[in-house]
Write a protein that binds this ligand. Structure first.
Ligand SMILES: [Zn+2]
Length: 158
């Protein structure tokens, strides 16, 4: 019971683990920047404590924005990687097949790309045109018994 729950949650646990690792990387980068950045002498005349570096020191501010950019890039890579993984076994989906055609949409349908799990757990279908905002790719899990589907195409005894 518990193992099946973990099995089902594996996909999201993996996503969470990647997010946590990326957050850790960004945190370490920001801490290192704060720790190693040479503190400039305070402006004269001095009134009160020195101002914080962020927004008062241009180089430090841009370095902080750079760290933020790295974080955003990591997040984007994580999302992209997660979308193209099998929901059951986490392996990367393979064999992209493009189908559909704009010129012959009535015959072949809208253009989309389909990827499958190397172990046959399911098919991911990604629409080429994202016209109503970001469309989530469609995941179709396959039956456990792949032979059943195969036999349905070629009925025995024909
Ligand atoms: Zn799989």
């Amino acid at each position: 019971m518990e193992s099946s729950l973990i099995k089902r949650m594996k996909y999201w646990l993996y996503f969470l683990a990647k997010i946590l690792v990326a957050a850790g990387v960004v945190y370490v980068l920001q801490t290192a920047l704060f720790f190693f950045y040479p503190v400039p002498p305070p402006p004269l005349p001095r009134f009160g404590p020195p101002p914080p570096l962020f927004l008062h020191d241009m180089l430090f501010t841009f370095a902080t924005l750079g760290v933020w950019l790295i974080g955003a890039g990591l997040f984007s890579i994580i999302l992209r990687d997660q979308r193209r993984r099998c929901r059951t076994c986490l392996r990367r989906l393979i064999m992209p097949v493009r189908s559909g055609s704009w010129g012959h949409m009535v015959t072949f349908g809208r253009p989309k790309t389909e990827l499958i799990c190397p172990f046959g757990h399911g098919t991911l279908s990604i629409e080429e045109l994202q016209i109503t905002g970001m469309q989530m790719p469609d995941w179709q899990p396959h039956d456990d018994n792949i032979w059943k589907e195969l036999e349905s195409y070629y009925p025995a005894g024909k």
